[in-house]
Design a protein around this ligand. Structure first.
Ligand code: SF4
Ligand code: SF4
Ligand code: FES
Length: 249
């Protein structure tokens, strides 16, 4: 006989002054290959049409279905109920602004942080539409592609102790984004210019290095390596600028 799954789901609509934060319980019979995406849709269709949650691709690509699943941030469309106990608690991702129930606004957070790190190629070269595409070593292109696999789900940010303590912290995802431009030969920014952006407590020096971010990343991005790479690079930049200042005197 199929298992009966008990879902405890956070409910709160901040737009409604009469709404108060609470948990609602729903029971469903488990079906073959059931994911949390399927379960939540069934709850919405069969039990409570007001339940709010986000989904788009159902394939781990759009990053919109991040939520806290039994205490751990993850993608609901990628989580099979067979891998969970029969009691499942779902909460919205912390750090991001709550839209309602399990739905949060990750878009505004990402826009703000990506603006802060100036998440675009900085070059003095004029764009020439008739020129041939610039060549790049395969190895370099692959390293950039590896870091570009981020789906901006926000799970790493929600798992991060520093991001929970200070809302100006860039988080592993934005630091990974910076690392992506550092290794891109088309970006002409100097280490000193990167230091201006991430050489502080909002950036790489605010990171406590406990790596919850990498633990929960559903795309298995090498966040640990990128954080270590930037910490080393920014540390060296700080020491160099210290010595160059002393020699100026
Ligand atoms: S290693 Fe740094 S970025 Fe990752 S969760 Fe810890 S404090 Fe946050
Ligand atoms: S780095 Fe991983 S956990 Fe963080 S937003 Fe990107 S895909 Fe999600
Ligand atoms: S619905 Fe797109 S990642 Fe889950």
């Amino acid at each position: 006989m199929a298992r009966l799954l008990k879902f405890n789901i956070f409910r709160y609509n901040p737009q409604n002054s009469e709404s108060t934060p609470h948990m609602d319980e729903f029971v469903l019979e488990e079906t073959d290959s059931m994911t949390l995406f399927i379960a939540l849709n069934r709850i919405r269709e069969e039990k409570d049409s007001s339940l709010q949650f986000d989904f788009c691709c159902r394939a781990g690509i759009c990053g919109s279905c991040g939520m806290v699943i039994n205490g751990r941030p993850g993608l609901a469309c990628h989580t099979k109920t067979k891998d969970l106990p029969s009691e499942i608690t779902l909460l919205p991702l912390p750090v991001f602004q709550l839209v309602g129930d399990l739905s949060v606004d990750t878009g505004s957070w990402f826009r703000e942080m990506y603006n802060k790190v100036e998440s675009w190629i900085h070059t003095n070269k004029e764009f020439d539409p008739s020129a041939e595409e610039e060549r790049m070593e395969n190895e370099v292109a692959e390293s950039i592609y590896e870091l570009d696999r981020c789906v901006e789900c926000g799970c790493c940010v929600s798992a991060c102790g520093t991001a929970r303590l200070r809302d100006d912290f860039l988080g592993a995802v934005s630091l990974n984004r910076v690392a992506r431009f550092v290794i891109d030969p088309r970006d002409q920014r100097t280490d000193k210019e990167y230091y201006e952006i991430i050489g502080n407590d909002e950036g790489i020096f605010g990171c406590m290095g406990l790596l919850a971010c990498e633990d929960v990343c559903p795309k298995h991005l090498p966040l640990q390596d990128q954080l270590a790479f930037l910490r080393r690079k920014m540390g060296i930049t700080a020491i160099k600028s210290l010595f160059s200042c002393k020699s100026c005197k």
